[in-house]
Design a protein around this ligand. Structure first.
Ligand code: ADP
Ligand code: ADP
Length: 225
């Protein structure tokens, strides 16, 4: 599986050029999107997950084109935005059950197994009866990742996954993603903190002012710095 981003630019209605001729190939495994605030990371992610159209350029995923095959591509996607919020009044397990049903798992028993499996994977089984709203920040992030992954997406896009997490939660989060990257999926993580993801990514790109300032392995980036 491969994502091809070609000559992609995004100019917002106010004239702001958030992405400026971005060219990237992203293969299976973990891909890091680095850059300071305002670099264009969220804009690129929103285009990749079909929430926003580019002004110029194209994106393809294998033989699918983002514009022409939106439906097929959406069925492959799992997206965890930075400002992800929970519905109020849902228990932790109910929240995952709802996510599982949205992803098309109709059979209740299969859903229950899936929910238990993911509660266990992200370390929330013991708090499954707690209101999702009342979980700690790190737990909410883990619930967010579980709800993103429960439908087995092939392409996983996570915006600033470790923001606001303490060191222990960061390691925990990284381990969940590392385990996933052994499978045939593409995981794209954005961050403004290089050290957070460089150890788990096979490849990364550094965005600056909407342009790709570097692409390659984390080792090559460190050598260059
Ligand atoms: P990052 O995720 O790296 O912080 P963004 O993609 O959010 O970067 O933003 C890139 C630039 O585009 C920033 O200057 C931001 O203020 C601007 N921007 C983002 N969204 C909009 C919008 N809807 N309208 C105008 N400018 C925007
Ligand atoms: P991020 O960097 O994570 O994208 P932002 O604070 O830049 O977060 O953006 C939050 C929201 O505000 C987004 O929906 C973005 O599209 C919008 N936004 C950001 N900058 C601008 C801007 N200059 N004008 C209009 N909307 C903006």
């Amino acid at each position: 599986m491969q994502i091809n981003i070609q000559e992609l630019s995004k100019i917002y209605p106010n004239g702001k050029k958030a992405l400026d001729n971005v060219n990237l190939e992203i293969g299976t495994g973990m891909f890091g999107l680095l850059g300071p605030n305002g670099a264009g990371k969220s804009s690129l992610m929103r285009i990749l997950v079909t929430l926003m159209k580019p002004s110029i350029g194209s994106v393809s995923i294998d033989s699918f084109d983002l514009e022409k095959n939106r439906k097929e591509i959406r069925s492959m996607l799992g997206y965890l935005p930075q400002d992800f919020r929970f519905f109020s009044k849902l228990k932790t397990w109910e929240f995952l059950d709802y996510a599982a049903s949205l992803s098309g798992i109709k059979n209740k028993n299969i859903r229950r197994d899936k929910v238990d499996e993911w509660l266990d994977k992200v370390g929330l089984f013991d708090v499954r009866e707690r209101d999702a709203n009342k979980l700690s920040g790190g737990m909410k992030r883990r619930l967010g990742i579980a709800q993103t992954l429960i439908g087995n997406p092939k392409i996983i896009v996570v915006d600033e996954p470790t923001t606001g997490l303490d060191p222990e939660e960061r390691i925990r989060f990284r381990n969940i993603l590392s385990e996933l990257s052994q499978q045939d999926v593409i995981i794209i993580l954005s961050t403004h903190i290089v050290g957070d993801i460089s150890s788990v990514c096979n490849n990364l790109a550094l965005l600056n002012n909407g342009q790709v300032a570097f692409k390659g392995t984390p080792e090559a980036l460190i050598e260059k710095a």
